[in-house]
Design a protein around this ligand. Structure first.
Ligand code: FNR
Length: 360
């Protein structure tokens, strides 16, 4: 018997909107400049329909997966989010705690409180990955890798799509200062493939590059020994006029050729979205804004509830596709289709607009 008051994802979205002030809400849902990339993420997902198969025994559904040697209840990573403490007072502890309680993986951002050692202590059993923004020279980056290893993180991730902080016009228009002016930001712009080679040569911890968005860079990453390819356009928060990540996924899958797991994020709001990426060849799906929404609605419990609802959606989707487990999914279950929505960040929840159109 589940006592949670939330039966649908859009109820969590609505609660988060009620609890957050306008600045924090815009920080979550907003993107760069015209927010074209944000919309393309949703449109790319929305432009895929399913090809369901029937009359297979689907009485048992297993949506678990193995990742980095750990069993995950769903193929999900809570994407790195800077400043989670804006949405839930416990910040990264609440997200990692939800990952541990439910059984998914968590990637901690280096710009999230209370920091990597404290979060490791808060969720020792979770599969925890650590993501870094370079805010210092090579020695500084290496020292951060050493701290992540010492704190038991399962992988070290460099985010590589943030050489410059984009113009987030929702913030600029309100004169709302954000981390764009952060000191030491130039170190991020100076990163090159030689930094990747140095990290691989010095540390045994699996290395992830987050923000790969072309087959060429996926190939280069593999040539440099990168262990996990993280396909992302930062949820449309960095380069505007990028492609939707689900449009990019096929070329990354072809370039990687099964040699490394692929994580994808960008616009994944629903269980059906997640199933589409898995069918197209991704290993894990990252949740960015939805994670913020779960935490803002009701802290760690809100995020666990969000994952429970996503699990129900994924199980039902798999069963209706005629598939018992993730291993049974492939691209034959997908078909191009005209998009239904117009690409709003939370356009997967049309019932929200019925109740209160101003949420968008
Ligand atoms: C982010 N993202 C991000 N990425 C990263 O590598 N380090 C970070 O500190 C942050 N911070 C951050 C804050 C907020 C509020 C958001 C919404 C996003 C990007 C994030 O990891 C992920 O790539 C996108 O959010 C995925 O898109 P969706 O799921 O938000 O549509």
């Amino acid at each position: 018997m589940n006592a949670s008051p939330y039966l649908t994802l859009h109820e969590l979205v609505k609660k988060a909107r009620q609890k957050l002030n306008h600045d924090s809400w815009d920080y979550i849902v907003g993107g760069a400049e015209s927010e074209t990339t944000v919309r393309r993420n949703r449109l790319a997902l929305d432009s895929i329909a399913f090809r369901p198969r029937v009359l297979r025994d689907v009485s048992q559904i297993d949506a678990t997966t193995n990742f980095l040697g750990q069993r995950l209840r769903l193929p999900i990573v809570l994407a790195p989010i800077g400043g989670l403490e804006l949405f839930a007072p416990e910040g990264g502890n609440a997200a990692a705690g939800a990952a541990q309680a439910f059984g998914v993986s968590h990637m901690l951002s280096s710009v999230c409180e209370p920091g990597l050692e404290a979060v490791a202590q808060a969720a020792p059993a979770a599969l925890r990955l650590f993501q870094l923004y370079a805010r210092g020279d090579a020695d500084w980056v290496d020292a951060m890798a050493e701290r992540a290893i010492a704190a038991g993180y399962g992988a070290f991730c460099l985010t590589v799509d943030t050489a410059y902080y984009s113009r987030r016009e929702r913030d600029l228009a309100k004169r709302h200062a954000r981390s764009g002016n952060m000191p030491q930001r130039e170190f991020q712009a100076r990163l090159t493939w030689s930094d990747v080679a140095r990290l691989k040569a010095r540390f045994a911890i699996p290395l992830v590059l987050k923000g790969i968005a072309t087959a060429e860079d996926a190939t280069l990453a593999l040539e440099h020994g990168v262990d996990i390819i993280y396909l992302s356009n930062h949820g449309g928060r960095q380069l505007d006029h990028g492609r939707g990540t689900m449009d990019i996924l096929p070329e990354i899958v072809a370039a990687v050729g099964g040699r490394a797991p692929i994580i994808i994020d960008g616009g994944f709001n629903r269980g059906t979205d997640i199933v589409k990426a898995l069918a197209a060849g991704a290993s894990l799906v990252g949740l960015g804004r939805m994670q913020c929404i779960g935490l803002a609605a009701d802290g760690q419990a809100g995020l666990v509830r969000l994952l429970e609802i996503l699990e129900q959606e994924i199980h039902i989707c798999l069963g209706l596709l005629g598939v018992n487990s993730l291993a049974g999914l492939d691209a034959s279950y997908l078909h191009p289709a005209p998009p239904v929505g117009s690409g709003e960040t939370l356009g997967a929840f049309p019932l929200l607009t019925l109740e209160e159109k101003s949420f968008y």
